[in-house]
Ligand binder design. Structure first.
Ligand code: ADP
Ligand code: MG
Length: 222
């Protein structure tokens, strides 16, 4: 489902180099990503989603060679195939909770906003404990609530691939277990593939496999 080969990526003007010789995630696999801050975990998710493009190597994801698509095709690919829970949520402050969750449907022809989708959005928000805040502006939410909105937005299109960047990082322990259950249930119900960055080592046994970014660190300043 995800295959990264001979990848090299550098942010222009910096000496950070992410080098990944070979990395694969199978269909329906649930993989945790751990590693020190600054080791490139978020960068990898952005490369898989086609938000960033590698300097060298290839990123194959959900039947597309993401690294070779045009900008417009990458955007459609991302919106329709990938559910991305961003580390900093990337919610739109001027929209309420429901409109944030529906937003991807309004910016691409690749997704169709139907009454069923609206109903599903409400159901998801209800399950995430946000049923009474559907009309609230997201700037008036707690961090944990924002995170749950971001998870609902990512799951709504039942994407083939869910990329979650520390998706439970801002939740209290009780909510964390519950939200993670919902995330896993949604991923399993749709046969999606999950790649999730986490700092919670107690969550790791719930994944099929853990990938440690220490293994990718480029040593000796090369
Ligand atoms: P992690 O998610 O593992 O903490 P990141 O992928 O966010 O790490 O960052 C990897 C490295 O790239 C860090 O050194 C970070 O400072 C740098 N970096 C991240 N985003 C940018 C950017 N947009 N421009 C330049 N450098 C960046
Ligand atoms: Mg990060």
């Amino acid at each position: 489902m995800i295959r990264v080969r001979s990848l090299e990526f550098r942010y222009p003007g910096t000496d950070f180099l992410l080098r990944i010789p070979d990395f694969q995630v199978g269909t329906r696999e649930m993989v945790a990503v751990i590693g020190p801050s600054g080791s490139g975990k978020t960068t990898l998710l952005n490369l898989v989603a086609g938000i960033l493009v590698p300097e060298q190597g290839s990123v194959h994801c959900a039947d597309s060679e993401v690294s070779t698509l045009s900008d417009a095709a990458r955007r459609d690919f991302r919106i329709s195939r990938i559910g991305f829970v961003f580390q900093d949520f990337e919610l739109l402050d001027y929209l309420n909770v429901l409109d944030n969750v529906l937003h991807p449907y309004r910016i691409t022809g690749a997704l169709k906003l139907t009454p069923r989708i609206r109903e599903r959005a409400r159901d998801l928000l209800q399950q995430m404990g946000l049923g009474d805040k559907i009309q609230r502006g997201v700037e008036r939410l707690s961090q944990g609530e924002k995170q749950r909105v971001a998870i609902c937005r990512a799951l709504l299109p039942s994407p083939q691939i869910v990329l979650a960047d520390e998706a439970t990082g801002n939740l209290d322990p009780r909510n964390k277990g519950h939200i993670l259950d919902l995330l896993f249930e949604a991923v399993q119900a749709h046969g999606s593939t999950l790649l999730a960055v986490t700092h919670d080592h107690e969550l790791l046994p719930r994944f099929d496999r853990t990938v440690d970014f220490n293994d990718f660190l480029v040593k000796d300043g090369l």
